[in-house]
Design a binder for this molecule. Structure first.
Ligand code: CA
Length: 213
């Protein structure tokens, strides 16, 4: 019983100290509507359509995800969507999202971003590593980029989902994305940090007592 309590408190402790975002600034982040109607615009080769779970586990949450199809395609075919979001220079942000890749061929999915100044100028870009799937299976992977600090002069960011073939694809393959989030990192209140610290010390003491018993 005590051990279970310890595990429960330790779990709450670990979850509470994990960085989170205050609010998701993206519109239609779960692709519950057609991205071309709501929130997103096509980049690279465009593409992408919303679909429900008919493909077998293609949805991370809700009823739909966005899916990019690869049908007998040569290497270096890239498709994507982007959304521009206002930011404050100097503030710290986090980008997160889920990618699900059916790769019987060499295809990848990733998140990318470009900071923009007031004239739309490029203030720097970046991206997550290339995510690949387990051959022939659907498995959602969490793509997280934390500690993204808006550079001096930045007024907005282009958040992008990118799917691409890095070799020749044979037959039908697909990359799906769902639940993309971008927002300022939540900074815990000093009082909360104090309480958390006390809680964690409590867990540590409980653990010690358990060891002694
Ligand atoms: Ca969804």
């Amino acid at each position: 019983m005590r051990k279970m309590m310890f595990i429960a408190v330790a779990l709450v402790c670990a979850m509470s100290v994990q960085a989170d975002i205050i609010a998701n600034l993206l519109v239609n982040s779960g692709f519950e509507s057609d991205p071309y109607d709501t929130g997103w615009t096509g980049i690279l080769g465009g593409g992408g359509r919303v679909e429900g779970g008919a493909e077998g586990g293609a949805v991370n949450s809700g009823a739909q995800a966005v899916i990019f199809d690869f049908q007998d395609m040569g290497p270096w075919a890239f498709f994507g969507l982007q959304q521009n979001v206002a930011v404050t220079a100097g503030e710290t942000y986090e980008l997160d999202g889920f990618v699900n890749i059916l790769n019987t061929a060499p295809i990848i999915g990733k998140l990318e971003w470009t900071w923009r100044d007031s004239g739309g100028g490029d203030l720097g870009s970046g991206g997550t590593p290339d995510y690949t799937g387990d051959a022939g299976t659907w498995t959602y992977q969490d793509m997280v980029m934390s500690e993204l600090v808006a550079p001096t002069g930045a007024v907005s960011i282009d958040v992008k989902v990118v799917a691409g073939s890095i070799g020749t694809t044979v037959g039908w393959n697909a990359v799906t994305f769902d639940d993309i989030s971008f927002g300022q990192q939540a900074i815990p209140e000093p009082a909360t940090i104090g309480m958390l610290g006390l809680g964690c010390v409590g867990v540590f003491l409980m653990r010690r007592r358990m060891v002694q018993i």
